[in-house]
Design a protein around this ligand. Structure first.
Ligand SMILES: Nc1ncnc2c1ncn2[C@@H]1O[C@H](COP(=O)(O)OP(=O)(O)OP(=O)(O)O)[C@@H](O)[C@H]1O
Length: 269
């Protein structure tokens, strides 16, 4: 078991944004977290990482209560893109090297093995030839991959990614999916927030839906496809019913009214 949440509520200050979240992620699973804007997906990720308030429930990481986990570096985090701001003046290699800090300590010095790991991480994400490039000059998709490489350099057992495909065009989504697929083969567990499943869909073992602060679905991609079909069907037939009602109202409403009027007129002495 890599991540286990039991009836967890997370929020900011006293306010719970995500409530009663129960979720288990096992070794080697690739779990996507989907849902509308503002539903609480990032709050769930941050909750797992201990970056916001846990108001109730429990979080167990690698079998121990989260606050007792010493090796935080076992959790790799790829935040949303805007956290790598345009004002950062650093090369891809320098950014990726900061991923070693949790392992060597803030005062530690990079050794040859650390440098090798940095180079290998850049290679895994297909950016070996951009090591010396300033990150602000890279494309959005390339910046995403730099952030993934930074997380990888920490040799995490689980990668928690917030919108890795945001702002990445279709072609580069496939490049990214290939990168993630390589990681999957290396046994990395992943929890990925995404707006659209897109190119990642083929890698997933599970899909979790968060809606208005609750986990409303948790199942395999096949179960998700069935559930989605049902939701669409329900939505369509509901829509259809409403359309029928509207038609009937249009067909009969005004007529009924005029009948009534006529009858009223006719009823007049
Ligand atoms: N640091 C914060 N302090 C206070 N409230 C916050 C904070 N971060 C998020 N929220 C609130 O929590 C709610 C859920 O936000 P969250 O970022 O978890 O949603 P999300 O599903 O990831 O959305 P999106 O798809 O837009 O990224 C929102 O109402 C948001 O305003």
């Amino acid at each position: 078991m890599v991540i286990e949440l039991k009836h967890a509520a997370f929020g900011y200050g006293e306010r719970a944004v995500l409530a009663d979240a129960s979720l288990t992620v096992r070794h080697g699973e690739i779990v996507a977290v989907v849902g509308p804007n503002g539903s609480g997906k990032s709050t769930l990720m941050k909750g797992v990482l201990g970056l916001n308030e846990r108001i109730s429930g429990s979080v167990t990481l690698f079998g121990v209560p989260s606050h007792e986990l010493r090796e935080r570096a076992r959790l790799g985090y790829v935040p949303q893109r805007h956290t790598l701001s345009a004002s950062v003046r650093a090369t891809a290699e320098e950014i990726v090297a900061t991923g070693r800090l949790p392992r060597i300590g803030w005062l530690g010095r990079l050794r040859a093995t650390d440098r090798q790991l940095v180079a290998r991480s850049l290679d895994v994400v297909g950016l070996a030839d951009r090591a010396a490039t300033e990150v602000s000059t890279l494309s959005g998709g390339q910046q995403r991959r730099v952030l993934i490489a930074r997380a990888l350099a920490g040799q995490p057992d689980v990668l928690i990614m917030d919108e890795p495909t945001a702002g990445v065009d279709a072609a580069n989504q496939h490049v990214l999916a290939d990168v993630l697929e390589r990681l999957v083969r290396r046994g990395v567990t992943m929890l990925i927030v995404t707006h659209e499943l897109g190119a990642l869909e083929r890698l997933l073992t599970r899909i979790v839906v968060v809606d208005t602060g609750r986990i409303t679905f948790d199942g395999t991609p096949q179960e998700y496809a069935v559930a989605r079909e049902r939701v669409h069907h329900d939505h369509d037939s509901h829509h259809h019913d409403l359309e029928l009602e509207a038609h009937q109202a249009l067909a009969h409403g005004p007529l009924d009214a005029s009948h009534t009027d006529t009858r009223q007129q006719g009823a007049r002495p």
